[in-house]
Write a protein that binds this ligand. Structure first.
Ligand SMILES: [Zn+2]
Length: 437
């Protein structure tokens, strides 16, 4: 979800789709299977001020003691080895198996029954992980996304994950993947990695981060990024730039949706203080980003070993996310979130038709979903964020004031058409129980 100074997480979004889900060896007993019994537990309830443990119902459980629900099942003790060069050389349907070293098992909790209320304990972490994933799904449901298409996804808790880096002229290195959360397209799983040096809220206890990861799974269900990478016309046509635009859009949109769900533009900062990923702070697509967009980001680790830090999908995504936040402030965040989710099939169609994608095209697709009357707002934000290198959607050319009429870079935007935004949907009649996702 998040870029950090170490390199262990650089490649996780090259994790590709894979058809197969790793088989889970469940070992929950039938005595744990309480069917549709109501189960409550102490869970992490998010607010910008911090996480508080409060008692809530755990939704959709099928086997409570195993934390197996309709949409997620928690798995512990799994082991993976991610050797991307090796994995990517395989057919899509063999990628998952190539990464799996040990399938893990279902947890065994005394649920329903015991009240687990030790906020630092392992059970609290397991339950909180499950709970936040269900909050993330509920947010996507509320935004009108068809979450049923995702099926049930295994969510690994503290799997032992080794990432193998084979850089030219060096011995391969195996680095333990920690302090992060991820959606792994190659085996269609979520992972809440073990904690090591992280000082903020653990990723799986931050519902914004779970929304971020769920967004990756949802986008992948709409735009098959493994298929794009495997000898696709997109890659052949545009080298790396289109794929990298898509990855950056994926990261930035995931950050934006996390901010909308939590109503906190700094939700990433709660987990990674100093990440620079607060959406309220406007950002600019700079010359290095433009250059690095052409690189094969699979090589980032090796490039870093040689002393250069690549600006990759999290950095460029943060520019997109900040631009979206500015637009959402004007047009209503839920309106924008719904438009962003609705446009994912449009992206797939565009990529299929043109075998190329850039931020200008993404802006045009978004505008088509948002409505032409939002052009001044969207164009101003894209101009501010990507003006250095990105051509604006054609609809913007006629609606933008001349450059010297643009607002200063203070995060403010001109009114879109002189009227206040009134298209925000009314408050949800059925808000989520704690209102946080
Ligand atoms: Zn991410």
């Amino acid at each position: 979800m998040a870029r950090r100074a170490d390199h262990t997480n650089k490649l996780r979004h090259y994790m590709a789709v894979a058809a197969a889900t790793i088989a889970i060896v469940g070992c929950s007993s039938d005595s744990n299977d309480a069917g549709s019994a109501k189960v409550t537990a102490f869970v992490p309830v998010y607010s910008a001020a911090g996480i508080k443990a409060e008692e809530r119902e755990l939704p959709d459980l099928v086997k409570p003691g195993a934390l197996e629900g309709k949409s997620f099942n928690i798995v512990v003790d799994a082991q993976f080895e991610l050797d991307w060069y090796k994995v990517w050389a395989l057919p899509a349907n063999e990628m998952a198996q190539a990464m799996a070293k040990s399938p893990g098992r279902a947890p065994q909790l005394d649920l329903p029954g015991k009240r687990y209320n030790d906020a630092g304990g392992r059970e609290y972490n397991l339950i909180g992980y499950y709970y936040n994933l269900t909050r993330a799904k509920a947010f996507f449901d509320r935004m009108g996304f068809d979450t049923a298409r995702l099926g049930r996804i295994a969510a690994h808790y503290e799997p032992a994950v080794g990432i193998v880096y084979a850089c030219e002229g060096r011995e391969p290195q195996r680095i333990a993947f920690k302090d992060n959360a991820t959606y792994n397209m190659a085996n269609n799983t979520f992972m809440a990695l073990p904690a090591d040096k992280l000082t903020g809220v653990r990723p799986h206890l931050n519902v914004g981060v779970m929304v971020h990861e769920y967004a990756h799974a949802a986008l992948h269900s709409a735009v098959d990024q493994i298929a794009l990478r495997k000898g696709s016309a997109l890659e052949a046509n545009t080298k790396n730039a289109s794929l990298n635009v898509l990855k950056s859009y994926d990261e930035g949109t995931a950050d934006y949706l996390g901010a909308v769900a939590t109503n906190d533009p700094a939700f990433v900062e709660r987990t990674i203080p100093g990440s620079g990923r607060s959406l309220a702070q406007p950002k600019t697509f700079d010359a290095q980003m433009e250059q690095d967009l052409q690189l094969d980001w699979n090589d980032n680790y090796c490039v870093a070993m040689a002393g250069k830090q690549v600006k990759e999908e999290h950095d460029i995504g943060a520019v997109w996310a900040a631009a979206m936040y500015q637009v959402g402030e004007q047009v209503g965040h839920e309106t924008l979130a719904k438009a962003l989710l609705a446009m994912w099939p449009d992206i797939a169609a565009e990529v299929k038709q043109k075998a190329t994608i850039d931020f200008s095209a993404l802006g045009a697709l978004l505008l088509a979903r948002l409505g032409e009357d939002k052009a001044p707002t969207l164009c101003a934000a894209l101009k501010q964020g990507f003006g250095v290198a990105i051509a604006l959607p054609s609809a913007c050319q006629t609606t933008l004031p001349p450059d010297d009429g643009l607002p200063p870079d203070d995060g403010t935007l001109p009114p879109d058409d002189g009227t206040p935004p009134d298209d925000d949907p009314p408050p949800d009649d059925d808000p989520p129980p704690d209102g946080n996702a």
